[in-house]
Ligand binder design. Structure first.
Ligand code: SF4
Length: 330
């Protein structure tokens, strides 16, 4: 079966006088029906730009975006419209993305009307009521304004608005980052329930690996506009094969005693995406960098059937790979 979303060698460069910010610099991935793929990385790695380029809120500079077998990266507005319905987005800040002057019923009715999904006025009202129920809000929420809700409730409204278009894929762009820990968990649980109920695919963009671990099928780790590691969640959390992934993971608290990770602390700032380092882009911050890393860019290649990484350390035998040796059980 073809994947729901295929992204091939996607680039998004922002021209500058005398150069370009290479926010996304040639990345490929796919999202299958009903799965969650998380894209993680520090702020400025390009992950949010990926989401916007896939949605064509930003025009890609190069590459292909294929939804259900159809290229959408060059579709004209009229043809893009029905494809847009199938991909919806939930942003980080529900307050700024919900019109403060509109009642919730109108916020939810807007996409239903825009995409011509309701057969009658009664159907429209029934759909709004059903959406509120789906995101576990009471029916009386329909008559209220966004400022009357808590942050978590507003994010539920944002999710309901995304669902109103009956999408196949929801892109969650740091959708839980601004929420308190307990509310975050509730929204993540809701997204997981909705995925199971509706068969939705999720592209979950986040800097928060702790959240991702419990909700995602696969993870893509981005650094300076490129994917440096991609694997199933189980594999990447147990045996990361890129030092950057390892450093991100070592910053995540590990709750089970006896399963501590050696800490790999990242030093230095993230280099500029205008002029990324030669060779491996991570070499200026990598504690394992060696001569070859400064001149030769490693390719993203399979190291296991369900894991790919872009690091020269994986070229030799596992016994010599310091990353595999640093994975200690305390
Ligand atoms: Fe570090 Fe070299 Fe691997 Fe890059 S290729 S992550 S610099 S060891």
């Amino acid at each position: 079966m073809i994947p729901l979303l295929q992204v091939n060698d996607l680039k998004k460069h922002f021209p500058l006088r005398g150069g370009a910010v290479k926010a996304v610099d040639g990345i490929s991935f796919e999202v299958r029906r009903g799965e969650t793929l998380s894209i993680v990385g520090e702020s400025g790695c390009g992950k949010s730009t990926v989401g916007r380029a896939v949605l064509r809120l930003l025009e890609p500079s190069a590459g292909q975006v294929v939804l259900d077998g159809q290229r959408i990266d060059q579709l004209a507005a009229a043809k893009l419209r029905p494809m847009r319905r199938r991909m919806q987005v939930v942003f980080q800040d529900p307050f700024s993305s919900l019109n403060p002057r509109m009642r919730v019923r109108d916020i939810l009715a807007e996409p239903i009307r825009n995409f011509g999904l309701a057969s009658s006025r009664a159907d429209l009202t029934a759909r709004v009521t059903r959406l509120l129920d789906t995101v576990r809000l009471l029916a009386d929420a329909a008559g209220r304004f966004p400022h009357e809700f808590s942050g978590g409730q507003r994010q539920r409204i944002g999710i309901a608005r995304a669902l109103a278009a009956e999408p196949d894929l929801i892109i969650c762009d740091e959708a839980v980052s601004a929420l308190d820990v307990s509310v975050k968990a509730q929204i993540v649980n809701l997204l997981q329930d909705l995925q199971a109920e509706l068969g939705l695919a999720l592209l979950f963009i986040s800097h928060d690996l702790a959240i991702v671990e419990h909700m995602t099928h696969r993870v893509a780790v981005m650094y300076l506009g490129r994917i440096v590691e991609m694997a199933t969640s189980r594999r990447i959390f147990a045996t990361p094969r890129h030092p950057y992934t390892y450093a991100l993971l070592s910053a995540v608290p590990v709750p089970e005693p006896g399963h501590a990770r050696t800490r790999v602390v990242l030093t230095g700032d993230v280099p500029s995406p205008i002029n990324p380092p030669s060779g491996c882009r991570f070499h200026t911050r990598c504690p394992f960098a060696f001569e070859r890393c400064r001149t030769e860019e490693p390719e993203l290649r399979a190291v296991q059937p369900d894991q790919s990484a872009a690091c020269h350390l994986n070229d030799g035998p596992d016994e010599d790979n310091p990353l595999l040796r640093t994975k200690v059980l305390a």
